[in-house]
Design a protein around this ligand. Structure first.
Ligand code: NAD
Length: 483
């Protein structure tokens, strides 16, 4: 149990031991709600990353992890799920303080981390190979094998969920792990790793090294001892990670965010769609890769829908995580500046703005939810991932125009389609250039069972669901001549 956990002087987990960075450097951890530092992380260097990769390689080659059956791996993950549940409240409290998200969102995130462990715990021994018909006298099998050591670089928006989505799936597939969480929010990944040690994961199977992206992240991406990389974050960093992976001739999954459209036709159930569109942008303060940050609305109902969206946005309040309001602060001063710069540089007057709570501490990173529309499709507000509570509304005339606009950004992650016409629902779903389509519903980040990933600037590869187990394994074809 970690009920008495002190969230101070966090260290790296390497080979089952907690160690400070070799050169003793640290990074302060700030609470986004008040901007005050409350603990320290290890600021690791390439030497710490090298120690973790070496340990993980040794465990994979000679340790007990690779000798466990898939069923035994699954049981350990199920035990981890139970341990997370037992520590749920404490983990949620820490997640909320570290990221600024409202405490109820943090509870949902810890639930999701638990579900990932349950799902992949149950799935670990259900990943089967194939028997392939071949020539007479031959038996051919394609079997799935773990890569060996997988590197995981995750962002700050959903640290506990990302641990589940990326690390847990790879463990279930039989890999050893080196995880580098984001410097802005590393606490729950460290605590989840501690719980994994408590339930009996072998030393060296799961290693966590904290530090900056430029130093620790880049060292992990470039390390020749890594066999596959899972990265979630910005498109710019994704390019560096993929280039580093290419140097080592290894593969990677990249999940790089989006500018996901919510497409609303005149025959839609507007009363159901409007609150879902609002939820799709304010969840986690808009810092969600699959946030529905563009509302494409048919011209005939545009004014009506914009008015309803404006009325709801104006009633939203942002405040400190523990007050559990509609939204929390953004993760950092840097992210707040980035979001505000998009808005001020647009020079456009918003249609509606929510409120910042009077109780919000002055040092916190608060941005009120903001609605724009109608916006021209080529403007940055309609094209770029702002990663804040900013919803841009655009007009379209008909189905063809809706498809053209929806596909007119470089991103392609998720889309929502709101229409009563069944034929149109499926035509739209098939025409949208993205990885997930929601019809008459929208779930930013929902569904641990649902394969998830993007196209174009949103990245490539799939995580979540059973597909993730395939991503974290490689096929080997065995051809046997038996005469
Ligand atoms: P980032 O890409 O810099 O950080 C994501 C992760 O990558 C962090 O763990 C970071 O330490 C690491 N990293 C940074 N530079 C690295 C490098 N050179 N090599 C290897 N790893 C490195 O993202 P950010 O700067 O925190 O946020 C910037 C923008 O990225 C946001 O405003 C948002 O638009 C986008 N973003 C998207 C997601 C997502 O879920 N897709 C998450 C976070 C940020």
């Amino acid at each position: 149990m970690i009920a008495d956990l002190h969230i101070s002087d966090q260290q790296n987990l390497i080979g089952g031991n907690w160690k400070p960075a070799r050169d003793g450097h640290t990074i302060p951890v700030f609470c986004p709600s008040d901007g005050k530092p409350f603990c320290l992380l290890a600021a690791s260097s390439a030497a710490d990353i090298d120690a973790a990769v070496t340990t993980a390689r040794l465990e994979f080659a000679e340790g007990s992890w690779s000798k466990l059956t898939a069923t035994a791996r699954g049981r350990l993950l199920t035990n981890l799920a139970n341990e997370i549940s037992r520590n749920h409240d404490r983990l949620a409290e820490i997640e909320a303080k570290d990221t600024g998200k409202p405490i109820s969102q943090a509870h949902a995130d810890i639930d999701a981390a638990t579900r990932y462990c349950e799902f992949y715990g149950g799935a670990a021994d259900k990943l089967h190979g194939e028997v392939i018909p071949y020539l007479d006298g031959y038996q051919v099998q394609a079997i799935r094998e773990p890569f060996g050591v997988t590197g995981h670089i995750i962002p700050w928006n959903y640290p506990a969920q990302m641990f589940g989505r990326s690390v847990v799936a790879s463990l279930a597939a039989g890999n050893c792990i080196v995880l580098k969480p984001a410097e802005d929010a590393s606490l729950t990944p460290l605590l989840l790793a501690q719980l994994a040690m408590d339930v009996g994961f072998p030393d060296g199977a799961l290693n966590v090294v904290t530090g900056t992206g430029e130093t620790a992240g880049a060292a992990l991406a470039a390390h020749p001892g890594i066999d596959f990389i899972s990265f979630t974050g910005s498109p710019e960093t994704g390019v560096h990670v993929q280039a580093a992976a290419a140097q080592n001739h290894i593969g990677c999954t990249l999940e790089l965010g989006g500018k996901s459209p919510q497409i609303l036709f005149e025959d839609a159930d507007i009363e159901a769609a409007v609150p879902a569109i609002i939820r799709g942008i304010i969840q986690n303060g808009g810092q969600t890769c699959s946030a529905g940050s563009r509302a494409l609305i048919q011209t005939s109902v545009f004014d009506t829908v914009l008015e309803k969206l404006a009325a709801q946005i104006a009633c939203l309040t942002v405040g400190p995580h523990h007050e559990d309001l509609d939204l929390g602060p953004l993760i950092s001063q840097r992210q707040k500046r980035r979001v505000e710069t998009y808005m001020t540089q647009s020079g456009i007057t918003p249609v509606a703005i929510g409120c910042i709570s009077e109780t919000a501490p002055a040092g916190g990173h608060y941005v009120a939810p903001t609605l724009y529309g109608p916006i021209e499709p080529d403007l940055p507000l309609a094209q770029e991932e702002i990663f804040g509570p900013v919803l841009s509304c655009l007009r379209f005339t008909d189905e063809e125009d809706a498809i053209r606009l929806a596909n007119a950004t470089n991103y392609g992650l998720v889309a929502g389609v709101w229409t009563a016409d069944g034929g149109r629902q499926m035509r739209m779903a098939k025409s949208l250039r993205c990885g997930q389509v929601f019809i008459n519903c929208f779930g930013a980040g929902v569904g641990i069972e649902l394969p998830f990933g993007g196209r174009g600037k949103s990245g490539h590869g799939r995580e979540k669901g059973f597909e993730s187990l395939r991503e974290f394994t490689q096929l080997k074809t065995i051809v046997q001549h038996h005469g």
